[in-house]
Design a protein around this ligand. Structure first.
Ligand code: NAD
Length: 363
């Protein structure tokens, strides 16, 4: 099969869909891999390494999309890439369709088979291709929050760990999944006073077993949330209902009741966000003020640490991408129910229930 790895063109996206090690694996399986010139540069993988691994380097995205039967990339196709997709071509990437109607409609019209990393789901509900990026974004969210809390960056001037005699920052994490646990891991390491809220008591039990009472676990409900948000210096939004738009848990009124210049890092913004006042931002202009609270809502946080992120992502995607190439997408999804859950668009139809529901479209 011919596999294409384009250069990512989304704002400040420096990751790449395949490393030279991945290319070598595909080549060993008898496939041809086309890599766009400079695709790995942002992640510190030079063209020469791809060539040495057996890739054919191509100059233009149009050429790559034109030849490839399977396109492996990181982020959703950007407007200039949309017309390059064609019927029957397989697209394997992060898509996040639930909050993005225009992309959904364009992918439906393209006729391509669109398999979304974020909805590949194991029978127990775990999301193996989202998890590595959630680990990165979660750990980053505490770092970013700590930086934004500094006065010169617009925050209220609170040091995460405090100092002897001065209390640490109150960090409230909404969601105890991959993002939430990793955010807690770093925030706790910085010495902050960390609380994690979730509706899933088993997740909270796991946290409690792991960290004992050094992290407070709280059941997520409107009443308690309101109080916790008002006391927080930093709120990290890490909620997910797989495939669906994120439920808005923190209303504008709750944000308005926060301490002046407190910080919100809404990691879940890529699925719509769990804070009413957040809106998607980019690494160019990552933060903004709303209700006198500093918001950070970058949709591709891991793009800022591309070396780490590319390795983490491709370690998780490679096995599935190889299955798609080796067996063809139909057989690969028949044999692997987790991968089948990743198919969002097929034959001009939405094939993931939560995505269809989000847009009121046929399933
Ligand atoms: P996850 O499924 O591991 O965890 C989500 C958690 O949210 C679960 O524990 C679930 O029980 C909890 N939850 C659901 N409804 C809730 C509610 N009403 N109150 C409290 N908790 C609730 O998901 P994850 O991998 O941690 O991802 C979280 C979000 O971060 C997703 O939207 C994901 O797309 C996003 N994400 C964003 C970036 C970025 O760059 N901005 C990067 C990675 C992941």
């Amino acid at each position: 099969m011919i596999i294409g790895v384009p250069r990512e063109i989304k704002n400040n996206e420096f990751r790449v869909g395949m490393t030279p090690a991945g290319v070598a694996e595909f080549v060993a399986h008898g496939h041809t891999v086309l890599v766009e010139h400079g695709a790995g540069e942002g992640s510190s993988f030079p063209d020469e390494d791809y060539a040495a691994a057996g890739a054919r380097l191509v100059g233009r995205a149009a050429e790559l999309f034109g030849e490839a039967e399977l396109v492996v990339k990181v982020k959703e196709p950007q407007p200039s890439e949309m017309p390059l997709l064609r019927t029957g071509q397989v697209l394997f990437a992060f898509l996040h369709l639930a909050p993005d109607r225009s992309q959904t409609e364009r992918l439906v019209r393209s006729g391509a088979v669109c398999i979304a990393y974020e909805t590949v789901e194991l029978p127990d509900g775990r999301l193996p291709l989202l998890a590595p990026m959630s680990e990165v974004a979660g750990r980053m969210s505490a770092q970013v929050g700590a930086a934004l809390l500094q006065r010169p960056n617009g925050g209220r001037g609170v040091l995460m760990g405090g100092v002897p005699g001065v209390p640490p920052a109150n960090v409230l994490i909404l969601g105890a999944g991959s993002v939430g646990c990793n955010a807690a891991y770093v925030a706790r390491g910085m010495g902050a006073n960390v609380s994690v809220m979730d509706v899933d008591l088993d997740r909270l039990r796991q946290l409690d077993r792991f960290w004992g009472n050094t992290v407070h676990t709280l059941h997520s409900n409107r009443h308690d949330l309101e109080r916790q948000v008002s006391e927080a210096d930093l709120v990290i939004g890490a909620v997910l209902v797989a495939g669906a738009r994120t439920p808005v848990l923190v209303t504008r009124k709750m944000v308005a009741a926060m301490k002046p210049r407190a910080v919100v890092v809404d990691v879940s913004v890529d699925q719509g966000g769990c804070v009413e006042t957040s809106r998607p931002t980019s690494h160019d202009e990552p933060s903004f003020l709303a209700e006198d609270v500093l918001h950070y809502a970058v949709t591709n946080m891991p793009g800022a640490v591309p070396y780490t992120s590319t390795l983490a992502l491709t370690h998780a995607t490679l096995r599935h991408a190889l299955a798609l190439a080796d067996r063809g997408w139909r057989q690969a999804v028949q044999e692997d129910p987790a991968l089948a859950r990743g198919v969002n668009v097929l034959d001009g139809q939405i094939t993931h229930r939560t995505v269809a529901d989000a847009h009121g479209m046929d399933f």
